[in-house]
Design a protein around this ligand. Structure first.
Ligand code: BGP
Length: 462
């Protein structure tokens, strides 16, 4: 039997842009714009315009989530819905009313809100005008938006996050080009990483002024991908060490310890790509660590020595220091193309306990995306998703090991509650405990919802 602490939070995670649909939204984020202008970049299907229709269905959807035993919901406020004018952060009354209704409904259904302020959804006009996260002006506009959120909802919502997976913004939007604006620009990506760290620290400083009190907490959500070296050969070990610095410590260290890892800074400086930073900004980062961390975990990072020479790569890319490799014999989620490696949950727990002063943290996303789930429907139309239950059991077993060793993990938020739209794959892979029929918008509990409910009621499973 695997047992979790009594006060452990059993929740689900989602985001505004992936669920709401763009009803009554005045502005486009970068994904809305991309989907509208280049639909061929996505798997066909319903887009962010409709998504899972949460804008219209939120009350019924939250009632279903409560039936699935979800006691906390980590979702996000869309900058492009709440704000009318980005320069002044004046409010869109419809957006304010919507998020007020959603929070009321969550509380009525005994679902604790955890609000995140940015889930890849930069307003596209801030990219067009300023280059998006390349710009420190955008950092300050984000802080104005965050302050509006804290003022509007901070009395009823205790738990906040500044960003979801800022590293995915760095990689996807600026470095490897898999998300709009699809840039492949190492030096810009380095500056973006710095600016997002700064934006998070500045928003945290504002939060503590606007929402004082020991019950009010704010953190950042990081996709930690532990880097494992292919062999014990020093060249592979060095590659894994740099991959860890670049993939994880780049955000983890400033967020928790208040400074960037010295070794990473030295390397970027030697390579002539170090960010533009001021002493005043670095002092803001140092003075505003997170209260807790959100950790999204899906897959590990298997790394070996690079096979390109630094001189051959202009402009700079971190790929001069490491290369991802396909480990023979690894277990795969073939639909998503991600390795399944539950032991990393325990490794992450140990790392946070040993190197990040055992700060409180949550698994803020973990889940399994599967294509064609109709295949698994029984005669009553219930998806028999035993594979998802097994996935959660394996990951939770490893997490419990970390907690037993003393890690301060406070909760588990499954990705996701209801099937939702995904950035590159639309509705191809489904992650929900609850199925969304995207043609009728009918929502039905899958088998995993019943399993999750029992888990959330008892805190144990066999
Ligand atoms: C995380 C994102 C989520 C979600 C999830 C599943 O990186 O924070 O928004 O999308 O991954 O990934 P995907 O939708 O790409 O299959």
């Amino acid at each position: 039997m695997v047992t979790f602490p009594k006060d452990f939070v059993w929740g689900a995670a989602t985001s505004g842009p992936q669920t709401e649909g763009n009803f009554h939204k005045q502005h486009q984020n970068v994904f809305d714009y991309w989907f509208a202008t280049e639909p061929e970049a996505f798997d066909a299907g319903v887009g962010p315009d409709t998504a899972s229709n949460f804008y219209n269905d939120y009350d019924a959807d939250l009632a279903k989530m409560a039936q699935a035993g979800i006691k906390g919901l980590r979702t996000s406020i869309q900058w492009t819905r709440l704000i009318d004018d980005f320069e002044t952060a004046s409010l869109n009354p419809d957006g304010v009313a919507f998020y007020n209704h959603v929070i009321d409904s969550m509380l009525a259904h005994h679902i604790k809100p955890y609000l995140n302020l940015h889930h890849f959804d930069l307003p596209v006009e801030l990219y067009d005008k300023y280059g998006g996260w390349e710009s420190k002006h955008v950092v300050d506009l984000f802080v104005k938006f965050a302050e509006q959120c804290f003022k509007l909802f901070g009395d009823r919502v205790d738990d906040w996050f500044t960003f979801n997976e800022p590293k995915v913004v760095v990689d996807g939007q600026y470095l490897y080009g898999w998300h709009y604006p699809c840039l492949k620009d190492g030096p810009k990506a380095v500056q973006v990483a710095y600016n997002m760290n700064l934006a998070s620290a500045k928003a945290i400083a504002s939060f503590h002024k606007i929402c004082p009190g020991s019950t009010k907490k704010i953190g950042i959500i990081l996709n930690l991908t532990p880097a494992y070296a292919a062999t014990d050969d020093p060249a592979d070990v060095a590659a894994a060490e740099f991959a860890e610095l670049w993939s994880n410590n780049l955000f983890l260290d400033p967020a928790v310890l208040g400074h960037f890892p010295a070794k990473l800074v030295k390397t970027l400086d030697q390579d002539g790509v170090l960010w533009d930073a001021t002493d005043e900004e670095l002092a803001i980062i140092a003075a505003n660590p997170v209260d807790y961390l959100g950790v999204n975990y899906y897959h590990p990072f298997r790394v070996e020595r690079p096979d390109i020479s630094p001189k051959s790569l202009q402009p700079w890319l971190p790929d001069i220091y490491f290369k991802e490799y396909a480990m023979p014999g690894r277990v795969m989620n073939v639909d998503r193309g991600w390795e399944i490696y539950p032991q990393a949950m325990a490794d992450i727990a140990d790392n946070i306990r040993e190197n990040y002063h055992n700060i409180p943290w949550f698994i803020s996303e973990n889940g399994m995306g599967v294509a064609g789930e109709e295949r698994f429907m029984d005669a009553d139309g219930v998806v028999q998703d035993d594979y998802r239950i097994d996935f959660m059991k394996e990951h939770l077993t490893a997490l419990a090991k970390g907690i037993d060793a003393g890690s301060n993990c406070k909760g588990y938020f499954v990705w996701t509650a209801i099937d939702c739209w995904s950035w590159n794959h639309a509705y191809h892979n489904r992650y929900g405990l609850i199925r969304d029929d995207i043609h009728t918008q009918e929502k039905t509990l899958k088998k995993s919802a019943g399993w999750f409910k029992a888990l959330s009621e008892t805190g144990t499973f066999e």
